[in-house]
Write a protein that binds this ligand. Sequence first.
Ligand SMILES: [Zn+2]
Length: 160
Amino acid sequence: MNFYDEIKERLSMNAVLERYGFEADRKGFLSCPFHTEKTASMKIYENSFYCFGCGAGGDTVKFTALLFGLTNAQAAARLDNDFGLCIRNEKPDKQKMNEYLKKKAEKEKELERFRSDYLEKCERFKRLRKKLETAEGFERAKIDSELEYLDYYFEATAWR
Ligand SMILES: [Zn+2]
């Protein structure tokens, strides 16, 4: 059985409706979410739906696709996630996995560099502020401009 069919078999229309905040009335009719109407004209069946007002119809996957503007494949994946079914069991592609891990490591390294640079600048900022209390003349102007630069750096590099 393929992924799509298994999703359809595992989930009833009512389960899907309930999950996304809808409830059919006692006769199994629902106010159609796909067109504006006063009386409920969407009939809910065990595993499908059909709207006598606008003609929308299909299975649970189709309903989800229409509701969230997804393709059927995306909708099936979303149902799989939202219901925690874990049906989709794609074998991880080894090459893709390695690329992913490599990128992740690079990102972490970059973040680490950024953090140490940031902390170093924080320390320097504190030291300069202290020095400024007693500095005079040219020394004071130098510290001032460096503090200005650091201020600019902190503002430009909001903590990631
Ligand atoms: Zn309708």
